[in-house]
Design a protein around this ligand. Structure first.
Ligand code: SF4
Ligand code: SF4
Ligand code: SF4
Length: 334
């Protein structure tokens, strides 16, 4: 997947074109805004696919912590088997598989796991798109939270997220948007997010953005194949899991994508094979679209028209994302 139609459209350019005629009515000088930076005290997760054994303890922990009902996909209702994020699943582990699947964390004849949940973007498009501030980014922790009482159900956040994270509950007369909020209710009780708390191998750990950055650097400096210690739960827990160091691809997913995210990923398999969009710009879509709106309407933008353009662009981008996914050689599924 490359920067093509999808990313162009997500940037709001395509959607803005839909209202281009309006631009001539009230042109104003551009006031470009930069990406909002990751907050100094930001919290986040590190998911290291090379440590993940696919046990899905993080998924059941997430359901427990957030009072989410089981979802059954295999006929008999014996197991909670969500295959993707949904209105009742905030966190899902998927698997990439190719050929004989002999090699863990290798693209050829291999397999790898991937965690899907909110990335808690530094400059989130879901927050930018929400017309009533039901989606908010905590200025201190950077956690992207959701207020169901403020939400009007417009689903602009669903359309605007480049990672396909927010999910709408279509099957209830009182729907909400569903997405990970980094277990902020548990943080308030002095606990850590349930997924990190349940993970037996240290594949998912929780910490400050700074501490996770140091752990990322430590892991990337390891010699592949040599025995290494990996902390469980948090970088400084002192409780470690021993395993041979892996060979990582030369990318930390979330380090730069759309301005950086507070949930970051390490992997031995290229990220385009793990159902994550690659080739995203370093400039956040929120910065791009808000700059365009300001340009078009000189700070007195026509919110309905501008948002309609953004959402139209994002929906078309979403369709392209799926089209692109369909063209991959390997595949990921739950
Ligand atoms: S991943 Fe999507 S839902 Fe999560 S903060 Fe970013 S834009 Fe919002
Ligand atoms: S932080 Fe909490 S809500 Fe988010 S994926 Fe982990 S367990 Fe689920
Ligand atoms: S709990 Fe840890 S090892 Fe198990 S599936 Fe989740 S991330 Fe992977």
């Amino acid at each position: 997947m490359t920067i093509t139609r999808r990313n162009f459209l997500r940037s709001g350019v395509g959607g803005t074109a839909a209202v281009a005629a309006c631009a001539t009515l009230a042109p104003a000088p551009a006031e470009a805004r930069d990406n909002h930076p990751i907050p100094e005290n930001a919290l986040g997760l590190l998911y290291d696919a090379t440590l993940c054994i696919g046990c899905k303890a993080c998924m059941s922990g997430c359901k427990d912590a957030n009072n989410l009902p089981p979802e059954n996909n295999v006929g008999e209702k014996l197991w909670d088997t969500p295959l993707e994020l949904s209105g009742y699943t905030y966190n899902v582990i998927k698997i990439y598989q190719n050929g004989t699947m002999e090699n863990k964390d290798k693209a050829e004849n291999g397999f790898a796991h991937i965690k899907r949940s909110c990335l808690h973007c530094g400059d989130p498009s879901c927050v930018s798109a929400c017309p009533v501030s039901a989606m908010t980014k905590d200025p201190n922790t950077g956690i992207v939270g959701y207020n169901k009482d403020a939400c009007i159900g417009c689903r602009y956040c669903v359309a605007a997220c480049p990672f396909g994270v927010p999910q709408f509950q279509y099957d209830t007369p009182t729907p909400q948007i569903a997405k990970c909020q980094l277990c902020k209710h548990r943080l308030a009780e002095g606990k850590i997010p349930a997924c990190a708390g349940q993970c037996p191998t240290g594949a998912t750990i929780f910490g400050t953005y700074t501490a996770l950055s140091a752990e990322i650097d430590r892991r990337k400096a390891m010699t592949p194949g040599q025995p290494a210690l990996f902390p469980r739960r948090t970088p400084d827990s002192g409780d470690t899991h021993e395993k041979a160091a892996a060979e990582y691809v030369d990318q930390v997913y979330g380090q730069k994508e759309v301005g950086g995210t507070q949930v970051r990923y390490l992997s031995g398999v290229p990220f385009d094979k793990l159902a994550l969009p690659v080739g995203l710009p370093e400039r956040s879509y929120a910065a791009t679209s808000e700059t365009m709106q300001h340009t078009l309407y000189g700070g007195l933008m026509l919110p309905g028209v501008a948002l309609a353009g953004l959402v139209a662009a994002a929906w078309r981008g979403s369709k392209d994302h799926h089209d692109d996914d369909d063209q991959h050689g390997g595949h990921s599924h739950g």
